[in-house]
Design a binder for this molecule. Structure first.
Ligand SMILES: [Zn+2]
Ligand SMILES: [Zn+2]
Length: 310
């Protein structure tokens, strides 16, 4: 019989022995740690209706426009999950957990799927661990989630010279106070130099001006140095929220820097944003991050087993 040579699809890979063990460890560690903070594990399907992701992630994002694996078997349109939040929130609502009142804390782990360009070194099937705390806008909840993330990285051995960095910012409320005014402020500051920005930024100017702040092009970053900072232009309520969040984080002992270039350019993202970075991935490369968003906080991270030996 002729030998058929099959290969794993580009952007996917096999994990043997030690690497596989690290997957297990990362998950076990996460489960142990998150349980101490009151999180219960949830396992959701790896595919959901396409509309769920389009609505929750945002139809104009790169993920939804270019990166989803979508299939149409029969009359359904289904998508392999590109991230964990949408499925968890779908389950939360479907099972009436919103009607129980109070705080619901869930954590998840598993493979996610995105058609990333493989030359960036990203996997098209990648693993993510995340938490969702739903039902409270308390800034101290954001502080707890962010600090729990730090504990997680310590727990898997990223300490001392291998410790992760933490950047935080507040992008304020979406409507009616912070966002519209800040967008205008940004446009005024950028307009005189708009021609010097990269093509993507010029496109973002009208559509999503916030995204210009986190452009990775060195020229744009240079131009961005003197832009107004969102955390210095918050409405009183958001300023109070950010202040309490930082006090909480200080009390929990997390070292961080406030970085105004950390924004998440989606309209429904509000207030606290945060990101963990690690030098092994380059100066400002994120290994995890999240936000305090619509009624809760979320954290998601690559379990980091691709990069670190633990
Ligand atoms: Zn506000
Ligand atoms: Zn740019």
């Amino acid at each position: 019989m002729a030998q058929i040579r099959f290969r794993a699809i580009e952007g996917t890979r096999d994990y043997f022995d030690a690497e596989g063990t690290r997957f297990d460890k990362a998950t076990t560690f996460a489960g142990e740690l998150f349980a101490r903070y009151g999180y219960a594990r949830i396992r959701t399907p790896v595919f959901e209706g396409t509309e769920l992701f389009a609505r929750s992630i945002g139809a104009t994002t790169d993920i939804v426009e270019k990166e989803m694996y979508t299939f149409t078997p029969g009359s359904d349109t289904i998508t392999l999950r590109p991230e964990g939040t949408a499925g968890v929130m779908r389950a939360y609502l479907q099972h009436g957990m919103d009607k129980q009142g109070g705080l619901v804390k869930l954590w998840y782990e598993g493979p996610m799927f995105r058609r990333e360009r493989p030359q960036k070194g990203r996997q098209r099937q990648f693993h993510q661990i995340g938490v969702e705390a739903v039902g409270s806008m308390d800034p101290l909840l954001d502080a707890e989630v962010v600090s729990m993330g730090l504990r997680y990285y310590e727990y898997i051995g990223l300490t001392g010279e291998h410790a992760v960095g933490l950047r935080v910012n507040s992008i304020g409320c979406a409507e009616p106070e912070c966002r519209p005014a800040f967008r205008e402020l940004l446009r005024e500051a950028i307009r005189p130099n708009l021609e010097k920005y990269c093509k993507s930024c010029q496109n973002r100017f009208d559509r999503n001006v916030l995204r210009i702040i986190d452009c990775k092009s060195p020229e744009c970053q240079k131009l961005n140095e003197n832009l107004p900072k969102s955390h210095e232009h918050l409405c009183p309520e958001c300023a109070d929220h950010f202040g309490k969040f930082r006090e909480g984080l200080d009390a929990l002992g997390g070292a961080y820097t406030v970085d105004h270039t950390l924004v998440r350019g989606l309209d429904y993202y509000t207030k606290t944003v945060f990101e963990y970075t690690h030098a092994a991935l380059g100066a400002q490369s994120a290994i995890g991050g999240g936000l305090g968003n619509t009624g809760g906080s979320l954290l998601s991270t690559a379990p980091a087993m691709e990069v670190f030996d633990f």
